[in-house]
Design a protein around this ligand. Structure first.
Ligand code: NG1
Ligand code: MG
Length: 514
């Protein structure tokens, strides 16, 4: 399916958001004209996302269940003349935070990105670089040949766990494709390239954020699959009485993944990958773990599939029924408990002894692209989180697709799963923080059915399943007991932005101006 072209803001935003968005877009376009002395030709946009369930399992290639939010990244573009060396002029409406930049695109398309430097245009560069690689592969001739004048604006809070980065990268890739003559952009192609591109910025991320940003359809949550290849199905949110709502609450603890990656996010990716390699050895798999699209090339899902293929002669594990899959995950949870028994973690030399490799080889294979810092790798805990979380996603999806007749029962069952995710993130994946835990406790005490962190964690945002008639009480509890207490000088505007009742929004789109 292709990325749709919107002809009205009503194609993009829910009705109640259209008046505000219309003002924002008009301002962007008129500022563009003032800045560059010409009209923009098109606007590309991609939204942020909230992950409902399935945390830190996308890079192990397990299914996840996010939805797009209304907040997004929009980019007004005019293509520069064909007869000049391709050049980018890029500016943001928030120029005090994101200063304008100008650069030439090298003829061979190889755009340098310094991941060690925190430079806002790196996200644009990574999208452009991905497009350049795709075009050179597809057309076997030119890379990116056209320059662009750009003015952009993002409303997804940065470092806030709602995927501002993916919305920026997906928009940049989409804009670069259109500017270079690819007027029909295939959603899957765009998403795949955005997933790989974003890794150039220094985080070994999975593909959930880009999938939610590109594929989402208004009114539905997404069930994203990574095996056998990237795909999705949409899931309607059931009508219940009381109506179920998803509310997000910012902790205002900045989660700067780029700074913390070597001890947080990228370390978790390494731990999960090592757990896969370790389990494959411990069970003496006959086959090597299959190379796949996960950041380090082999994954817990790869172990899962190979283990059951060898055990039961299953030719294609992606075709097993939901019940079989559930049974398999339950078995893996038990096996992990039995075989990865070291609660204190495994040192590099423990892992080398089992894998039959040297420390240099281990570091080169798993920890060279993005170095990580750790004495012990908590393989047992990380694998247990991944397998139990994959099982929760499966159950959550079943509940959404065949909900029990009693709405209260549905809310309780969905909420219980979200609460279990939070416990797992806090206790065995170690990606929560006291502030996120507090927001969850306060929400539950005020009537939320389920509360958990969303996104990478270690700060950022939380998501809560709240019956509509309890939303005000939950908001009040956060305001009185969290925001005003922690930030006595908080402005009304910031407070307003902190808590959002999120309705599933639409994914990437292009809007032709002229
Ligand atoms: P955040 O930090 O919220 O953008 C990250 C990853 C996802 C996923 C989640 C955890 C990036 C771009 N995204 O999200 O792929 O692994 O954490 O579930 O790094
Ligand atoms: Mg991000």
């Amino acid at each position: 399916m292709d990325v749709p072209t919107a002809t009205s803001l009503r194609d993009i935003y829910p009705e109640d958001a259209v008046p505000i968005q219309a003002k924002r877009w008009e301002k962007l376009l008129s500022q563009f004209k003032d800045m560059y002395g010409k009209q923009a030709e098109f606007v590309a946009r991609s939204p942020g996302r909230v992950n409902i369930i399935g945390e830190h399992i996308d890079y192990s290639l397990y299914e996840v269940l996010p939805m797009a939010i209304t907040a997004d990244f929009i980019m007004a573009v005019a293509v520069r003349p064909a007869d000049e060396k391709p050049r980018i002029r890029i500016a943001s409406t928030q120029s005090h935070k994101f200063p304008s930049r100008e650069f030439e695109i090298p003829a061979e398309g190889d755009l340098p990105i310094d991941a060690t430097e925190h430079e806002w245009t790196n996200y644009f560069r990574s999208g452009l670089l991905g497009v350049s690689k795709l075009l050179s592969k597809k057309q076997a001739k030119h890379f990116v040949s056209r320059g662009m004048d750009i003015l952009c604006e993002g409303t997804v809070p940065s470092g806030g766990g709602l995927s501002s980065s993916a919305s920026f990268v997906c928009t940049s890739a989409l804009a670069s494709l259109i500017a270079n003559g690819e007027t029909k952009v295939n959603k899957k192609e765009l998403c795949e390239l955005a997933i790989v591109s974003e890794r150039a910025v220094g985080v070994n991320s999975g593909g959930m954020d880009q999938a939610a940003s590109v594929f989402s359809l208004r009114g539905s949550a997404l069930y994203v699959t990574f095996k056998p290849s990237l795909g999705y199905t949409t899931l309607e949110i059931p009508q219940t009485d009381p109506e179920l709502t998803f509310v997000t609450a910012q902790s205002f603890v900045a989660a700067d993944k780029h700074v913390t990656a070597p001890v947080c996010y990228n370390l978790r990716v390494v731990e999960c990958t090592l757990a896969a390699a370790f389990l494959a050895k411990a069970f003496s798999l006959k086959k090597e773990l299959p190379q796949d699209s996960s950041p380090l090339g082999v994954s817990l899902r790869g172990f899962h599939d190979t283990y059951f293929e060898e055990k039961g002669g299953i030719a294609d594990n992606t075709k097993t029924s939901v019940a079989d899959f559930e049974e398999q995950l339950t078995e893996l949870i038990k096996l992990t408990g039995d075989y990865l028994h070291n609660e204190d973690g495994y040192s590099r030399s423990d892992i080398c002894a089992l894998l039959g490799t040297t420390e240099d080889e281990l570091n080169a294979r798993y920890m060279s692209k993005f170095p990580v810092r750790a004495e012990k790798f908590l393989l047992r805990q990380r694998a247990l989180h991944v397998f139990t979380e994959a099982l929760r996603v499966l159950k959550f999806r079943q509940l959404l697709s065949s909900p029990p007749a009693d709405g209260k029962e549905l809310l309780k069952s969905l909420g219980d799963l979200m609460n279990e995710t939070q416990d797992s993130c806090r206790d065995i994946y170690d990606c929560s923080c006291p502030e996120l835990d507090e927001l969850c406790d306060l929400a539950r005490a005020a009537g939320a059915c389920g509360s958990r962190l969303t996104g990478a964690g270690w700060g950022g945002c939380s998501v809560h399943l709240v019956p509509k008639d309890k939303v005000d009480a939950v908001k009040k509890a956060w305001e009185d007991k969290y925001y005003r207490k922690k930030f006595p000088d908080i402005t009304a505007e910031k407070l307003e932005d902190a808590v959002v009742v999120s309705k599933p929004g639409s994914g990437s789109m292009v809007f032709r101006v002229v």
